[in-house]
Design a protein around this ligand. Structure first.
Ligand code: A2P
Length: 282
């Protein structure tokens, strides 16, 4: 598995296995185990996915050494604020059954970001978390957020795929040395993306499927992608993208597919209200 370097000199596997919407108590365990057997060394979960414990169990049972797996989790809004965040971090460590987490993110950009971040920074100093990052931050939100950071985020995990390339945000993240991580890297299975004729032609040319072409595009753009699949063949296939290379012209053609529109606008007050009200635990 190829890796990217982060701004704190840690490395991160370029592709992570995403477990959003896979249920706990079995399905996430099975899928994570399959992914680790297939060669993934990076798993992306979150408190809000409610499946940290299955991820932790699968890592333990996989036979892969803990230090060889890059584990990401994310603090939920309900646990924001200094004291709550400290408790939230302890709960994630407990649920994952580990004594450190490789990367921990502020999942949503609302509420008490300043003191939640402070708790994450302290957890880095205590060795409980190796790297910290943000998620769903637009340029506008980020510019305010960064003013109060002592430790710079290593990543910003946002929606990104060839139809929604986050070009302006990526420019700003580049200036700060913050790497983009893509959620819904395959457009969440959208037909508009997966049945795009140009991408199909590239898939035929390279004897790959469209998903693999898209994931290769992410990789060549320097974006960490987190494809989700529960299908054996696709789980395996989604990391089998390192034996071909898109030409500069092909990369440019895919860059030209950007519509600038995604499925989620973090600055929409209705989204903020809905997410702030989402209770994940007692
Ligand atoms: P499945 O679980 O049946 O493989 P995203 O990661 O952007 O959220 O996309 C996930 C969706 O895309 C899931 O519906 C998943 O279905 C599907 N998917 C995953 N990998 C591929 C692939 N290589 N080609 C086509 N569809 C894929």
């Amino acid at each position: 598995m190829k890796t990217f370097e982060l701004n704190n000199n840690q490395t991160i596997p370029a592709i992570g296995f995403g477990v959003f919407l896979i249920p706990n108590d079995g399905p996430t365990y099975e899928a994570t185990l399959k992914a680790l057997k297939a060669g993934y060394r990076h798993i992306d979960t979150a408190v809000a996915y409610m499946n940290e414990s299955d991820v932790g169990k699968a890592v333990k049972d996989s036979g892969v050494a803990r230090e060889d797996v890059f584990l990401t989790s994310k603090l939920w809004l309900q646990d924001y604020g200094y004291e709550n965040a400290k408790r939230g971090i302890e709960n994630s460590l407990k649920n994952l059954g580990v004594d450190y987490i490789d990367l921990y993110l502020l999942h949503q950009p609302y509420g008490d970001l300043v003191y939640s971040w402070k708790a994450l920074e302290e957890a880095v100093e205590e060795g409980k978390i190796k790297s910290i990052g943000i998620s769903n931050q637009t340029i506008h939100i980020f510019k305010k957020f960064i003013e109060n950071c002592h430790i710079k985020p290593v990543v910003n995990q946002v929606e990104c795929n060839p139809l929604f390339q986050q070009k302006e945000l990526r420019k700003v993240m580049d200036e700060y040395g913050i790497r983009l991580e893509a959620w819904y890297p395959l457009g969440h299975g959208s037909k508009e993306l997966l049945e795009n004729e140009y991408l199909i032609s590239l898939a035929q040319k390279y004897h790959k499927n469209v998903g693999q072409v898209i994931l290769r595009w992410h990789y060549q753009e320097g974006i960490i992608s987190l494809p989700k699949s529960t299908n054996d063949e696709r789980i395996k296939g989604n990391i089998d993208i390192f034996d071909f290379e898109l030409s500069e012209e092909e990369m440019a053609n895919i860059r030209a597919m950007d519509t600038g529109k995604g499925t989620h606008d973090p600055e929409d007050p209705a989204n903020e209200k809905r997410l702030m009200g989402l209770k994940i635990h007692d």
